[in-house]
Design a protein around this ligand. Sequence first.
Ligand code: FAD
Length: 489
Amino acid sequence: PAGLMWFRRDLRSHDNAALFRALKACRQVHCVFVFDTGILDALPRQDRRVEFIRESLVELDAALRAAAQDQGAGLIVRHAAARQEIPRLARELGVQAVFANHDYEPQALARDAAVRGALADAGIALHTYKDQAIFERSEVLTQAGKPYAVFTPYKNAWLAKADAFFLSSYPVQAYAAALAPRPTPHRQPVPALAQLGFERSNLSELPLPVGMSGGRALFEEFRGRMGGYHQSRDFPAVRGPSYLSVHLRFGTVSIRELARTAHGLAQDGDAGATTWLSELIWRDFYFQVLANFPHVVDESGQGHSFRREYDAIAFERGAHADELFAAWCEGRTGYPLVDAAMLQLNQTGYMHNRLRMVTASFLCKDLGIAWQRGERYFALQLNDYDLSANNGGWQWASSSGCDAQPYFRIFNPVSQSRKFDPEGRFILKYLPQLAGLPEAVLHAPWTASPVELAAAGLALGRDYPAPVVDHEAAREQTLRRYAVVKKGA
Ligand code: FAD
């Protein structure tokens, strides 16, 4: 039989569950990626992620050809609505089955259901597999058979279950001979960005290597410092985290390979690897939240509180809230750590985890704006945007999520700044105009004396904004605002 491997968020030719199954089951396997107009049409014309995918496909195409030792094999790339294109292509190629890896987001589930139906009408099967998680959906449940809503017991159950079987790689290469040559009409190169209707972003100027080779290089570099992760990960000026999130998002690295490495080191007592493995488990945790508590988001992508009573909170609206929201988005709140973090996001598509917590908390609890607005902004900007982790992270910060921080624990943006960027090295990278301020006032420039401001050549309101809110007053107001859910919290 012949099969069609449909790549989506799994842009790699090694250790890929669906590709492995397809190659094992079929005599000939065609490979396709669809730039889905259903997703692309809604994006701004410069998008680092579209470029990341495009560059990664060039490498995937070359790797598939090399694996088959046949210049004729490789990736068929289409720019169309996937719902129609996959069934059409499957019929055109005369395959008996389409293979793909599980996707957990509501829009993707709806797409897959539509494709499954259209394929079934043509007598073609759609086979899908777990690939982007170690454990998915209801694979890790409580003893009572219920999904977990608290992380630590979930993590313990995850660790008890994770063994060599779940952490092993799929030996794709052993079956590569089944990769089919591309039929002549499909032998076009991967389309250029302009052909997709996009312009170049600043992706190529960022220290972010793309594709499988980029993911591998980052992981190899991170392995050398994984042992110190638990100490360095909270300081945005330090190269502490792995920067692998965008690669995990698009599947240019294998979660099994990453988790297996960390798990092995953790079992030998490596504290850094133990902490890093926990982060990978958070990723699975939020995937399963989305699957088991689907009310946290609707099909349009709009988030809803995990704890439904939090939907009753009255957040700020209207023109003033819009102004505050714009100041937050553009990094001009007057709180240097918040502003530097937002500039990092806008300029690079990445934001350090500690800063995601600080900026998200600031939006909900200092500006009094609904977490959903911030969640949507992150969704547009983050290279690694993932609905489950983003929704989970925002609900953690706004206290409306499962295992969220209690609503009365409110980050103080100035103390966070002093603690995690004590010398202001991160701040100054994005806000060099603050360079002349003494460390004691750098985290709260409005506390600088006129002499200090003059010595730094800084005028608040001209070179850097005055704070848009007073933290203490905002904190009191948030406690009042959140009081509606006091009983349920
Ligand atoms: P590392 O510290 O090296 O962690 C390794 C990997 O573990 C990450 O790549 C990621 O896949 C996973 N991970 C780490 N922390 C978390 C977490 N809290 N939840 C789920 N997975 C985690 N992560 C995303 O991948 N996409 C998002 O859209 C996203 N939005 C977030 C929004 C908010 C408000 C918050 C607080 C966190 C969000 N995170 C998101 C989680 C986390 O901030 C990023 O995964 C991390 O900063 C990515 O950098 P890294 O790869 O260098 O991480």
